[in-house]
Write a protein that binds this ligand. Sequence first.
Ligand SMILES: [Zn+2]
Length: 470
Amino acid sequence: MRRLFLGFLLAPALLAQPRTISPTVRPFVSHDGAVIAIRGVRVIDGTGAAPRDGQTVVIRGDRIAAVGASGAVSVPADAQVIDGTGHTLIPGLVGLHDHMYYSSAAGGSMKMMLQSYPRLFLGAGVTTVRTAGSTDSYQELNTKAAIERGVIPGPTMFVTGPYLQGPGPGPGAMHPVDGPDDARRMVRYWAEEGVSWFKAYTQISRAALGAAIDEAHKHGVKVTAHLCSVGYREAVALGIDNLEHGLFANTEFYKNKQPDACPTAGDSAIFAEANVDNPDVQRTIREMLDKKVSLTSTLAVYETSTPSRVPRDQRVLDALMPEAAQAVARWYDNAANAKDAVGRQVLKKTMAFEVAYLRAGGLLAAGSDPCCLHVIAGYGDQRNYELLVEAGLSPAEAVMVMTRNGARVLGVEKDLGTVEAGKQADLVLLQGDLSASPEVIRRTVTVFKKGIGFDSRRLIDAVKGQIGIK
Ligand SMILES: [Zn+2]
């Protein structure tokens, strides 16, 4: 009650500040009232608590002012009112592996999607992203600044430095780090330029990774990795903050793995043995928990290796440029007949590992890895939600993984990640009951960022035919 009362006292001061929206962002905005109230809505608040029906959520400026049962929270007289009946309200999604580039299927070209991806992320309900490996960190830093200045619509960005890759074959946008000194030089430079994370990649050496982590931490910057040459337990011992992709990016389960080298291809025997109850798997989970190393689930991109179970998504084809859409349509056509029994087994085990890590007390978050094929910005994050529920999480848990847990990994949980009074008003209004049907995550109506309501449809329509690379 005290908080509500204070809210009324503060109201005149806040009302005096009009919402300034630039002409380039204005066309996408549906709600810009100084006070907005969503009435009669089902809330899944991101804390893991059970869904609550008949809630009223009051947004004042860029903050959530009140949340509670519609009888208990009064709607201010000056509020712009939204009828939330038949809708679900969740916190804005926090995508931790949400690149700003798309790659060609062949040849490894990586191209920034600076026109389309920020709009599509936001339109699909993703209000915060960590780019998790960048092909052009300056373009990302400038895009982040443009979004913060309100020049373009898009999610809040946590920019990652260029990939920390080792020597040897790697995609063209990556500098091959040749040792600890080179790693420190690169980390120092980009930390000073303003990136807040680094992602180490598949060929990095233990020495270079350890030096990169040490230098990053001296600059208040964190490190995640898509590992291969270094194992999970080795990286945990070196002080890494976060690991990407889950169980099968951990090469310690390969029998013939040599230090600092990726195991040779074809050694797929480990898939059969790597079960959650395997003592090595359990030891890895324990050591991650002891060192508070978080894990990013990327189930949507894993589905590329199980084509036969990927649902054809017309929205993806609509968003792709014609040439890319044709290629992905052909991929969908062939997918139904793919022989992917091993891939399905791997996906199942990956899901089980993530659930076990979360249930053991691990900080599991998620990201779309919108790299390629049918996995693109925003829609990939939505697919992750569906797959986390399929993995065995309750709707409330899956929302928590994709919102509050992501905010915790980024260190911004005081401000973001839940539907609670005082938090920044980053919210997604979905048509339907998300707890009854996972696919409701795709039915974004209004996406609030800092209390401004964006029309999801307009953002999505604006990127039609734009995503892709030749
Ligand atoms: Zn990635």
